[in-house]
Design a binder for this molecule. Sequence first.
Ligand SMILES: CC(C)(COP(=O)(O)OP(=O)(O)OC[C@H]1O[C@@H](n2cnc3c(N)ncnc32)[C@H](O)[C@@H]1OP(=O)(O)O)[C@@H](O)C(=O)NCCC(=O)NCCS
Length: 154
Amino acid sequence: MIRDLVMRRATVDDAAALAQIHMEARAAAMPWLAVVHTPDEVFQYFRQVVIPGSDVWLAASPAGIAGFSARLGNELDHLYVAVPFWRQGVGAALLKMAMLTVPRLQLWTFQRNSGARQFYEGHGFTAVAFTDGTENEEREPDVRYRWEEPYDHA
Ligand SMILES: CC(C)(COP(=O)(O)OP(=O)(O)OC[C@H]1O[C@@H](n2cnc3c(N)ncnc32)[C@H](O)[C@@H]1OP(=O)(O)O)[C@@H](O)C(=O)NCCC(=O)NCCS
């Protein structure tokens, strides 16, 4: 468990670092996934679309940015942890922040991404739909997950 994380909102100055984490984490977790964008396209996407348009939080460690999440309303669009920081609680810290902010969340992940699926299911997310991948850019079957805050009867 990593202890000295600081959570802060991302700015456009973080775009290059977030794009790098996104590309490296995807390649490491999903080496079978089609790469459909150049590194510059990914950078521009983070700089022009994701960071200005979503609620983007990053976990900063003394060794650099450890991971980030991007939420738009109830949609968790991105959750990526830098590969050297995997399985030290960074993803859980980012996900728990999002779960404290809104009472329900939904997201897409790829069906073959078994690590992410175990991660989300461990945090109470339920698979609610499966696709054959024809609607996504990578043409890879994906799965829809949902989480809802338990109703407090007290
Ligand atoms: C999925 C991801 C966000 C998890 O972040 P993390 O910081 O490594 O996760 P945490 O340390 O908070 O939680 C670890 C737990 O999640 C599950 N988990 C995470 N990665 C796993 C893997 N590769 N295989 C199996 N279980 C995994 C396990 O339950 C694990 O607990 P354990 O280490 O005690 O077995 C991270 O691996 C990642 O960035 N992956 C690539 C990008 C991605 O798939 N993002 C999500 C889909 S958009």
